[in-house]
Design a protein around this ligand. Structure first.
Ligand code: DAT
Ligand code: MG
Length: 138
């Protein structure tokens, strides 16, 4: 097995809705290993760096504001093809269209005042994972 690593974030909506345990349980049930874990309210600098690829997009500022609105849980997660595997567990970006069986499809709510409440973040490539892990677990 190739031990790959990814960054998972449980976003403020997930923590506020007391879904931390359920989400971490899905990761562990799949067979992945949580090797580091932190709860924090991320500062703007960290979030701007984390979401650098989206800077300039219309949803960037609301996204950064939302992500800093309360505690998030950051997890370093290890496993075989875990980057792709966690994206698969998370489901599509929009909870409305995310497949049932996924975290976002089963638990996510993108209606109401915000469309960014999709519970989790997962790195999208090996390069992103390495960059993001060094930001969140410096
Ligand atoms: P993902 O989180 O599935 O990797 P992404 O990297 O494209 O999605 O976007 C980062 C976050 O930004 C996403 O989780 C929710 C928010 N977002 C993405 N596209 C959006 C849009 N069109 N309008 C509002 N928010 C958006
Ligand atoms: Mg992304």
């Amino acid at each position: 097995t190739t031990a790959e690593e990814t960054l998972v974030l449980i976003k403020p909506d997930g923590v506020a809705r007391n879904l931390t345990g359920q989400i971490l349980a899905r990761i562990e049930a799949k067979g992945y290993t949580i090797t580091d874990l932190a709860m924090l309210v991320p500062g703007r600098d960290l979030l701007v760096q984390h979401y650098a690829e989206h800077e300039g997009k219309p949803f960037f500022e609301p996204l950064v504001e939302f992500m800093g609105s309360g505690p998030v849980v950051a997890a370093r997660v290890q496993g075989h093809r875990v980057i792709e595997g966690f994206r698969s567990l998370a489901g599509a970006t929009e909870p409305t269209t995310a497949a049932p069986g996924t975290i976002r499809g089963d638990l996510g709510r993108d209606w109401g005042e915000s469309v960014q409440k999709n519970l989790v973040h997962g790195s999208d490539s090996a390069e992103s994972a390495s960059r993001e892990l060094s930001l969140w677990f410096a």
